[in-house]
Design a protein around this ligand. Structure first.
Ligand SMILES: Nc1ncnc2c1ncn2[C@@H]1O[C@H](COP(=O)(O)OP(=O)(O)OP(=O)(O)O)[C@@H](O)[C@H]1O
Ligand SMILES: [Mg+2]
Length: 313
């Protein structure tokens, strides 16, 4: 395969399709819109596009539009002249200028204010802009990659996002699938993260216990690959032995490894799930309450109260 996508793991049909699209669009000048839930790999995909494009030797510049207040974002993107606003003690080059001849990755474009949307539209139409507080017009040669986890089409309907800007950004949309829709890739990803974090932290962990694999298959992964990576990093640090067990997972994920996914009962009730979880945890640790409380992330007193309430005494 000609396309180099370092660090990207996955062999599912959804991943193969993703790589195919990235491979097609990378060598072009087309604006790419990456859509997907948090942690699905949008930034990784943007880097891969840049590295596989003719612009690879020029800068790849990232700007996160969600973390900056409006005026700061505007000066961050377009730069400002000295004295453009109080605090602008020196002239500053913006990210558009910094990305000249390279690629600008605008993350979280769903957060743009109307004023910034108008300025971005102009750059997309004419590849020029004015830094804040000046009459100077700057011309740039920049390839744009935009990303968002928001539903831009819904924002269009609510008039929160400009239609003309949307169409300029939406030239080549690529959807990054959530982890729960490509579970085939999960064992591969999990094993890779296990290897990486065990090595990095000098830990002995080598494999996943079957209940952990089951938990991973049933948990919905709202934070996607980033969440999986964090769960494994934490587990590897906690785990004393060679096998990562359910106890090494965050309490919120553990029930999914005990067959408590609610699949048996179409409308599971929280108290019932809690009762089952407590009972199964006690079974697992042969009734040792202190250990069960620790696994469940509650105090021994709390466990005793719950056991009494659920008639598990
Ligand atoms: N296919 C993959 N193989 C291996 N690691 C991946 C893959 N996709 C994503 N990752 C890793 O998952 C983490 C999250 O990826 P990334 O930051 O690209 O997500 P994102 O979609 O930009 O998230 P957010 O919307 O929260 O900014 C990173 O550490 C990245 O290296
Ligand atoms: Mg991101």
């Amino acid at each position: 395969m000609s396309f180099a996508f370092p660090g990207v793991v996955g062999t599912s049909p959804r991943m193969a399709e993703l790589v195919r699209l990235l491979d097609l669009v990378a060598p072009t000048e087309a604006t790419v819109l990456l859509l997907g839930e948090t942690g699905t790999g949008k930034e990784l995909a943007a880097q891969a596009i840049h590295r596989n494009s003719p612009r690879r030797e020029a800068p790849f510049v990232v700007v996160n539009c969600a973390t900056l207040p409006e005026t700061l974002l505007e000066s961050e993107l377009f730069g400002h002249e000295r004295g453009a606003f109080s605090g602008a003690v020196a002239r500053k080059e913006g990210r558009f200028a910094a990305a000249h001849r390279g690629t600008l990755f605008m993350d979280e474009v769903g957060e743009f204010s109307p004023a910034i949307q108008a300025k971005i539209l102009r750059v997309l139409q004419s590849r020029e802009f004015e830094p804040l507080g000046g009459a100077r017009t700057v011309k740039v040669d920049v390839r744009l990659i935009a990303a968002t986890n928001r539903d831009l089409e819904a924002m269009l309907r609510e008039s929160k996002f400009r239609e003309d800007l949307f169409f300029r950004l939406n030239v080549f949309p690529i959807v990054l699938p959530p982890l729960r829709e490509r579970l085939e890739d999960l064992p591969l990803l999990a094993r890779e993260f296990l290897r990486v974090y065990a090595e990095k932290n000098h830990r002995p962990v080598k494999t996943l216990a079957p209940e952990v694999e089951e938990a991973f298959r049933h948990y919905p992964w709202p934070g996607n690959i980033r969440e999986l990576e964090n769960v494994i990093e934490r587990g590897v640090i906690i785990c004393p032995g060679e096998t990562l067990t359910l106890e090494d997972l965050p309490p919120g994920i553990q029930p999914y490894g005990l067959g408590l996914t609610g699949e048996e009962d179409p409308e599971p009730n929280l108290a019932e799930l809690e009762r089952q979880l407590i009972r199964r945890t006690l079974d697992k640790v042969a009734g040792r309450r202190r250990q069960a409380a620790e696994i469940l992330g509650i105090s021994l007193d709390e466990l005793n109260v719950k056991m009494r309430a659920y008639g598990l005494d």
